[in-house]
Each structure stands twice: as structure tokens, then as C-alpha cells.
Design a binder for this molecule. Structure first.
Ligand SMILES: [Zn+2]
Length: 161
């Protein structure tokens, strides 16, 4: 299953990141998943749970935040959106232009937030993890072409949910 390898990537990246922060127990991973990322959120959840089951991170939760598609019309500049891939082929609601829309949002597949703790103590250590390497790794695994690496770090975005 496609989602299984993505779930494995997410877990690998998260564990690497929390180790860097001095934590050894993963509590929460939040992943932003664009409408064009080609990932089924329910399936990703299922795979993640299967991966951590019975292990040291069995209590870890995966939150998948679905990001709808947002397009900008290159003719008139109007932004509009939709839920699925088919929304890519809709005409601009303002001027009717059929082509040349820019994808402003929808290709994302990235970890936007991580929470972990150290088994030595109850200290909760929320940490933002939006580093480019993690995003690249995930995108590669998912086969999502391109994307906007100029996007912000997860630190600013995690509060908006
Ligand atoms: Zn337009």
C-alpha cells in the first residue's frame, strides 16, 4: 500500500527529529496533506497505527490535516478552490479562463507539528518540525512533483489549526 511507505517515512523523520530534541517518546505528529498529494488520510492513519502498534510509540497519535486545493487564475488573479483533483479542471469563476491556473495550495505533504516527551520526566516538549529536508523526503516518497519549498516553517503554521 502506497500509504504504508509514507507512514513509515513520517515515523522515521519524526523519530529522528525528537531524538535530536532529547526526547524518546513520540506523542503526536501532525501532517498537512494537500488535495493533490495523492494520500488518503484514513488510510495513512490506519498504516501509522499498524506501524506503531506494540512498540515504544504505540500511544503516539497521527493527525492528518487536509488542505483543500487553492488555485489562482493567471488571467484575473482571482483565487478559488475545491476539494479534489477534479477541481483542477474547473474554469475560473470570475472570468471563465480554463487554463493557466497556478496551484497555491494542495501539493503539501509535510510534518507541521510534533510533540514528544522524555521518558525520564513528564516534561512535554512540543517542537515544530517543518524543515525542508523532511518535506523533501516525504514528497519524494509520495511521488508528489514540485511543491513550494518557500513555504513557512511549521512553527508558524502549527498554531493556526
Ligand atoms: Zn479569472
Amino acid at each position: 500500500m502506497h500509504e504504508m511507505s509514507i507512514a513509515q517515512s513520517i515515523l522515521d523523520i519524526a523519530l529522528e527529529e525528537i531524538a535530536r530534541q532529547g526526547c524518546d517518546r513520540l506523542d503526536l505528529i501532525r501532517v498537512e496533506c494537500g488535495a493533490l498529494a495523492g494520500v488518503v488520510p484514513d488510510s495513512l492513519q490506519f498504516c501509522f497505527e499498524a506501524l506503531v502498534q506494540g512498540g515504544p510509540h504505540a500511544a503516539a497519535r497521527l493527525e492528518v490535516v487536509s488542505l483543500p486545493l487553492r488555485l489562482r487564475c493567471s488571467a484575473c488573479g482571482r483565487t478559488f478552490g475545491g476539494e479534489g483533483q477534479e477541481a483542477l479542471w474547473q474554469p475560473c469563476p470570475a472570468c471563465g479562463a480554463l487554463t493557466g491556473h497556478t496551484v497555491e495550495q494542495g501539493k503539501e505533504l509535510q510534518i507541521s507539528h510534533l510533540e514528544a516527551s522524555a521518558s525520564g520526566g513528564p516534561i512535554h516538549k512540543p517542537t515544530a518540525c517543518g524543515h525542508a529536508a523532511a518535506r523533501r523526503a516525504l514528497r519524494k516518497r509520495a511521488g508528489v512533483p514540485g511543491g513550494n519549498d518557500a513555504n513557512s516553517c511549521g512553527a508558524q503554521r502549527s498554531g493556526s489549526q
